[in-house]
Design a protein around this ligand. Sequence first.
Ligand code: CDP
Length: 801
Amino acid sequence: MTPTREEREAKLQGMGCKRKRVEDVRFTQGRGQYVDDLKLPGMLFGDFVRSTYAHARIKKIDASAALALPGVKAVLTAADLKPLNLHYMPTLAGDVQAVLADEKVLFQGQEVAFVIAEDRYVAADAAELVEVEYEELPPLVDPFQAMAEDAPLLREDIKDKTEGAHGPRKHYNHIFDWQIGDKTGTDAAFQGADVTIKEMLSYHRTHPSPLETCQCVASMDKIRGELTLWGTFQAPHVIRTVASMLAGIPEHKVHVIAPDIGGGFGNKVGAYPGYICSVVASIVLGVPVKWVEDRMENLSTTSFARDYHMTTELAATKDGKITAMRVHVLADHGAFDACADPSKWPAGFMNICTGSYDIPVAHLAVDGVYTNKAPGGVAYRCSFRVTEAVYAIERAIEILAQKLGMDSAELRMKNFIKAEQFPYQSALGWEYDSGDYHTAMRKALDTVGYDALRAEQTAKRDAFRRGETREIMGIGISFFTEIVGAGPTRNCDILGIGMFDSAEIRIHPTGGVIARMGTKSQGQGHETTYAQIIATELGIPADDIMIEEGNTDTAPYGLGTYGSRSTPVAGAATAVAARKIKAKAQMIAAHMLEVHHDDVEFDIDGFRVKGLPEKRKSMKEIVWAAYNQPPPNMEPGLEAVSYYDPPNMTYPFGAYLCVMDIDVDTGVYKVRRFYALDDCGTRINPMIIEGQVHGGLTEAFAVAMGQEIRYDEQGNVMGASFMDFFLPTAVETPVWETDHTVTPSPHHPIGAKGVGESPHVGGVPCFSNAVNDAFAFLGSTHIQMPHDHWRIWKAARALGA
Ligand code: CDP
């Protein structure tokens, strides 16, 4: 029997289908191939000697006892790297970072020496034997003290530089001052405002803590003059370019391979001293060298996230129309500015902080400062600094609603950008591509029964006041607008390379397809979903399409996977490359059907003659013909590549609502309900989207409710192990309800926007708003995150509850 159209469509498992994740076959059977699975003949192991102090001068390093330990091959220090000019490396933010501490240490855990030994245990034992003599210096931990007149000088290497990568520096511990918006107009709007609010909203330092830590294997083949570097790289091509520039090896002789990766969340974007030291060690010793971080090293020394202290102000009319926004951020960057942001954006996309609201005028100023903390500043499951931006506006909206005595959902509705205003030009410079915020918000409020929840809350508050209960109830709302898909290349680059992305699709004679991508999955399911895009575009079953990522020798150059850019950029490249192939396939089909190519049309899994549907050729037949009897003057074969430079970013959005019950005597909370509505435009795989939302919400819950990298006054890292760093298990994690609307991106070839980080971006303010909403009736305007039981209990006590 001839299959129906529905059956033919279903066979493709294309876009919109809940295709099962193909990569899970190996992941769930323990058959993934990770960096640490790599075992090469003669391979040595490296381990770091790390600073015990946050700020100290290195008086002496004595490695003799370590070198005497059987199995130890070498100990590298800054003195060894200096002649190679490798003791400092460039950061993505235009600063330099010490590869091995040069005369001074600037944060606890800083890399001081690299021990190379025959096995990992010997390397670790030898690292203990390296004696480092320090002279303690006063640590600078509080970013608010960084620019004080008598603040300790941290960066002696740049103390006389008055110009940084982003303009003038105001102080020896200052990095940059970034301002955007209309300052005069904003100040004037505040002066004439009926109502204003101002609050210091701190977004604490946290860490992405992926399941697999950062690691690499470097192997220098001295005969061929070629370096192969396997590693946990979210952006393998960029690592290749950096490795080539630093090591002075031509880029075509550097082979970077990112095998399976166990989570990245931004942690694996940048270059770390471990990579450089492994490469140097392999060059010096002529054998492969492996470096694998342990958990404490990962948490305390590789890129942190957030650490933004945001003085946030809103001005409004009496009836709740927001007239202006003003934000000043003090950004704590740690000892080196190693933020992973596009070059021209020192504070990432923080200027998305006007959020989902039509705010006529705004001004944002960001000061970056150095402190004695680990460097970094990565987008932990968010586009560059969008979590901070959304947190600022979504907390500020709640505080304004409180001051106006207005319901915060109503305040949001009153100020939303309207559907007919898109494309919308924001006061701080973005062009939002599309959105329908009112529809999403109404759907969310109706689904959760918002009015009934507020009535229940009022009754509970009355009961609390009467002393009948010690439990209070919080309703957290957040409505976020994301900005994902960096490029375009005209304003986004990394180390001068424009942020495009790429796909190369090659169809073999019998219909099998291999597609190679410039991105690199760390668990997001790319092998499943890119194949779905190609399946729909080309009418070839997804099961016949193999997706390959992570090998820079075979994949076209791409800027990698972070900031939910894979779907907006490489997903678009996939569709564009497929369409190039489709155009050729159409010519071949027309030739086979002996009609003009304008007279054939695509039909699910082949081409048919317009008006004569029985005259058709399947894609399988067309593909064979491409290798067997292409039309005269046409090259054989079917393949195409696309380097896609997006015209704009995409702007996913969502409406989240959390209901939380809090026991004021213990600080223990219970998330009664969490509803998440996401709009990521065209949905490629609803099941994967749901998985992404579950993961992102779980990380949002972790960050809002406990996850923190804290430092004591001496600069000791608190929270450098899972004893202290909150990683929720299934026991603590709430149940998630997911929902969606669909507002396609008008400029993306398939209308898709990114989704991976949306739940994190929207989730954190939602939890924080729930906690804050619970306490608002006691007169509190803002309680700082993270909201762990102890801090909630302390807040309750402080409010006299
Ligand atoms: O860059 P990253 O892969 O982290 O984020 P993403 O582009 O948001 O994609 C995450 C996963 O969700 C991928 O497997 C996408 O194909 C999938 N996705 C989808 O099915 N539909 C969308 N509209 C967006 C993403």
